[in-house]
Design a binder for this molecule. Structure first.
Ligand SMILES: NC(=O)CC[C@H](N)C(=O)O
Length: 359
């Protein structure tokens, strides 16, 4: 069956449908990871987005339940150059096509993903639609123009946990504010001597303190950080009271809580090989990334915080550190999956902060 992908700039691609049929609107973004499509599909940070993979063959190792980053796929739509019809892997229990069908995700294959990506790189992230409906070109483009882009939207409410829950047991207690947390954040924390308590994004500062935490983890999550200012307000009340570690959306929210500003990047960073420099040591780490917003370095109050890491491709902020209180954050994904685990040591750094608090 034919399927179409249309962008708000008027570009229309024709391809072949796979997964569910129907029409989905969203923000069209690209990811350059060569593997990791299961982790990408199930990463809650992609809520509201139609994701294009630049790697040309996707689906070749099928689907297994162990590599999910949440209970199911969160993307609005999925775009590939070539779908592998005969996956082969000993861990595989299903295939990509069945998986998308089962979860009502519309997929499109046979797209010139290089041309699509070049367009997104030059014009920037755009709204778009993906559909199997027989629409005219004008109708497709009109719907693409109406697609919601993420600015100012609170998508966190759609993916945060409904109830608080506790994972593992340990000497110290860490509360994870779940803005759409990837499972791997909880997995890394659970390997340390920590009781991990995951709470909904809307949990108030007083309620969090009532859990007697020794540390606070601010998770990744979808959308514009300015769509979740309520969370930044709660974080502000907690700063200085316990060690804080933020990842991706959690990093952006720490920035907002400190009075800094965030902005939207031209086409974002999504992939498994983004070079990030630690400004203290000069060491470069290859990192896993998925974000479309960033902290504006010029708006950080130098009395309060400083930039600790930068992206070597475009010199944007990749990490900040508070000067007078134990709080730090990174824009990239130390929990990895997909992507390299080089930055796993940051979880240990957070653990050390907890052990040594108050210093
Ligand atoms: N992975 C994330 O936490 C993404 C953060 C935010 N939604 C962004 O796109 O910038």
């Amino acid at each position: 069956m034919k399927a179409y992908l249309a962008l708000e700039d008027g570009t229309v691609f024709e391809g072949i449908s796979f997964g569910a049929t129907g029409l989905r609107q969203g923000e069209v973004v690209f990811n350059t990871s060569m593997t990791g499509y299961q982790e990408i599909l199930t990463d809650p940070s992609y809520c509201g987005q139609i994701v294009t993979m630049t790697y040309p063959l996707i689906g070749n190792y099928g689907i297994n339940r162990d590599d999910f980053e949440s209970a199911g796929p969160k993307v609005r739509g999925f775009v590939v150059r070539e779908l592998c019809h005969v996956p082969s892997n000993w861990r595989s229990t299903s295939n990509l096509e069945e998986f998308l069908k089962e979860h009502q995700i519309v997929g499109i294959q046979g797209i010139d993903t290089r041309s699509l990506t070049k367009r997104l790189r030059s014009s920037g992230t755009m709204g778009g639609i993906i559909t199997t409906d027989a629409l005219t070109r004008a109708e497709l483009v009109d719907l693409a123009k109406k697609a919601p882009v993420l600015n100012g939207q609170d998508l966190v409410s759609q993916v945060t946990t409904k109830e608080a829950y506790t994972v593992a047991g340990g000497k110290y207690r860490v509360v994870v504010m779940d803005f759409g947390a990837k499972r791997n954040i909880v997995r890394w924390l659970s390997k340390l001597d920590l009781t991990v308590i995951v709470v909904p994004a809307h949990t108030g500062a007083e309620e969090i303190l009532a859990l007697n935490p020794d540390g606070l983890m601010l998770s990744n999550g979808p959308g514009d950080p300015k769509g979740v200012l309520y969370a930044a307000e709660n974080i502000k009340k907690l700063l200085g009271k316990l060690p804080v570690f933020g990842i991706c959306l959690g990093h952006q929210l720490l920035g907002l809580a400190l009075g800094a500003d965030t902005y939207k990047l031209h086409f974002g960073h999504r992939g498994g090989n983004h070079p990030v420099k630690d400004l203290d040591t000069g060491r470069v780490y290859i990192t896993s990334q998925n974000h479309g917003f960033a902290i504006n370095a010029d708006t950080l109050d130098p009395q309060v915080a400083e930039v600790s890491h930068i992206n070597l491709n475009d010199h944007t902020v990749e990490g900040i550190r508070c000067k007078n209180i134990p709080a730090f954050s990174v824009q990239y994904h130390p929990e990895a999956f997909p992507g390299p685990t080089d930055s796993e040591y940051l979880f240990e750094k957070f653990y050390d902060m907890i052990r040594n608090f108050p210093a």
